[in-house]
Write a protein of this length. Sequence first.
Length: 224
Amino acid sequence: MKIAALFSGGKDSVYALSIAQQYGWDITHLVSILPKNLDSWMYHSINIHLTRLLSDALNIPLVAKETTGEKEKELNDLENLLQTLPIDGVISGAIASEYQRTRIERICHNLHIRSFTPLWHKDQTRLLKDQVNAGFHIIIVGVYADGFSEEWLGKKIDHEVIHDLERLHKGKSINTAGEGGEFETLVIDGPLFHKRIQIEDSTISWHRDNGSYYIQKARIVEKD
């Protein structure tokens, strides 16, 4: 089965890709939509420019397309890109967002291909622990909820960080996987990677109670 993976470089898109490979599916393409609107309803935007570098590190071809990021109309850009690919289905990292899942399914229905969401409704804390245990190097690149501080930006997710996220879930009702938009991530190494991403220059933008970690310069290097 030939599958395209919707890919942002965040933890959920990478882990969904990992599961698909464990199923033995042929992942022929990574698919990235690059929103000009940073508040896109559908697509991850922070450090999305790194998907080309991540594609090289994963050794899977990338196809990408810019979108204005206008709500609903941005779906046409994904559909137009997918219809150019000789695939049987699409895999995505949706966990709890009905908005994303139903719209991806509608696009796949229109194109007569299948939609797969291997993380759907999985226990979110368990998913984070599984990703860390599997050896994925995940960093936090954006925080947008009460309880986070600037110190979270650029932090690697490990078991101690997961414990802190669980604490925020109890105290502030944040989603431990960030499915409510509370935080964004980037994966720079892991078991799927043929090479790893080395960050060489970055900046932090902080505004009162939210902020982003922007990677200005990075390269792929051999794994240790």
